[in-house]
Design a protein around this ligand. Structure first.
Ligand code: PGA
Length: 262
């Protein structure tokens, strides 16, 4: 099955406008002339989205710059109105945003987002053709307590409730074990492959094997240049969602390069 790998930088609450500019200038010079068979996505904080859109638009002459897509790190499940502090999907589309990270474990644990809220956000994003990067993952306690499969099945089934086959084909799943995020501890490639295969089997139960085989499943959690190749060589891993190591242009580029080497 030919699934194009997708490498997404999740900058979290890092890099305002000027740091975004510095990063992009340096990153573009590093990818120039390298033709990665992958999609590259950058998710800066909301305030840096317009600058990122401008910089990428102006950089179209740089080979491979066209492969960079913009993502938001969150979006509201509502259309407009009295929702202080929120940003709507329509506002994001106006800024040339194509992807939106939804259900990240930090949104779930710090901001109390439930599977139902995440499901509403996924459906709202699809109304304007934004592509969700839908994050799922278990805590260490859940894994050690033998609850891995139940937790993931619930997150997937509830998060994707009433999401059509057509919309599912435009959705990326990011499997991020919570214990591997920002900790320097990655899942071994065997653990990651086994879990990705399980996630794909749940997708097959919901959407059928043909559709499940076409959905990209990223791995996330302490991905670095040194472990990207081994993780990306696994048959069910189709790219990475990268936090800490995406903040430096050199390490983000090396993750993509090493991950594409397979
Ligand atoms: P990390 O973060 O690469 O810093 O572990 C990944 C994520 O939270 O998406």
């Amino acid at each position: 099955m030919n699934r194009k790998p997708i490498f997404a930088a999740n900058w979290k609450m890092n890099k305002g406008v000027s740091e975004t500019e510095d990063f992009i200038k340096s990153f573009l010079s590093k990818i120039q002339g390298q033709d990665f068979p992958a999609e590259i996505v950058i998710a800066p904080p909301f305030v840096s989205l317009p600058k990122l859109a401008d910089l990428l638009h102006n950089a179209n002459a740089v080979q491979n710059a066209h492969a960079i897509q913009i993502a938001a790190q969150n979006a509201s499940q509502f259309d407009a109105g009295a929702y202080t502090g929120e940003v709507s999907v329509v506002m994001l589309r106006e800024l040339y945003v194509h992807y939106v990270i939804l259900g990240h474990s930090e949104r779930r644990s710090i901001y109390g987002e439930t599977d139902a809220v995440i499901n509403a956000k996924i459906k709202k994003a699809r109304e304007v053709n934004l592509k969700p990067i839908f994050c799922i993952g278990e805590t260490l306690e859940e894994r050690e307590g033998g609850k891995l499969e139940t937790v993931l099945r619930t997150q997937i089934t509830e998060g994707l409730k009433d999401v059509s086959e057509k919309d599912m084909l435009e959705t990326v799943i990011a499997y991020e074990p919570v214990w591997a995020i920002g900790t320097g501890v990655t899942a071994t490639s065997e653990q990651a492959q086994e879990t990705h295969a399980f996630v794909r089997s749940v997708l097959a139960d919901l959407y059928g094997a043909d559709i499940a085989a076409r959905i990209r499943i990223q791995y996330g959690g302490s991905v670095k240049p040194g472990n990207a190749a081994e993780l990306m060589a696994c048959p069910d891993i189709d790219g990475a969602l990268i936090g800490g190591a995406s903040l430096e242009p050199q390490s983000f580029m090396e993750i993509i390069r090493n991950g594409c080497a397979e």
